[in-house]
Design a protein around this ligand. Sequence first.
Ligand SMILES: [Zn+2]
Length: 279
Amino acid sequence: MSVAGGMENAFSAGVETGCDCLQIFVKNQRQWHASPLSPEQIARYKEAASATGLAPVIAHATYLLNLASPKKDMRDKSIRCMIEELGRCEALGVSGLVFHPGAHMDDTIETGIKHIAESLDIVHKACEGFESMILLETTAGQGSAIGWQLQQIGDIIDQTTNPKRLGVCLDTCHLFAAGYDFRSREGYEAMIDEMERAFGIERIKCIHTNDSKKECGSRVDRHDHIGQGKIGKAGFVHFVNDKRFAGTPMILETPKGKDGRGTNLDKVNLKRLRAMIQG
Ligand SMILES: [Zn+2]
């Protein structure tokens, strides 16, 4: 949900749409820095949070970050940005900060993974005792993006000195584009087993529920409306009825706008997902 005009505006938009939980940006997602949050801004945000009861709130980190960059100055800049964003999450009581692990570019994937783990250690050291958790998002594997194979996420976590402080955010569009075909029951369970082996499913703190415009294994990240993409109802039914994820926030990152009848597309997508819940 947009925070344009004030962070607290995401809550009224969430209530209007019929959400139970929210995902926001805690600063402009296309800029490196933001002026610090004032006590008034924090108070207005917390007031809206408690008045509406929408929880948990997840934040998505800026798209500019690359903790896997071969360039040290880029990694340093990304680390500083992440510390700033996690600080904003902590001040606001946001439970998790989702980020794309990074792209290794000209380096090997092993070096990229090592850089991400080392960077996360620095962030954690600077944010000692924080309750807000960093959540590594599974990726579609576009270009040299790391995190499309589930074991890569597990490897990053294993190489940090404080793995307890890290969680995982699944993205259904990314998983599908990365080659996990969870439309069948067997495919879904095989994928969950792989998650269990790679990082443990109790680490999953958020699920982005997006359909995919592109085919399974395409490694191209294009979100689509629920049921209108290549995943279809068959894939989402497993997620929304899985008791292991009953308490896990599910977030739509589907295209915004209105349908032909003028209905907010977030409402349409939310209704489609909820209609798949059995019993
Ligand atoms: Zn996502």
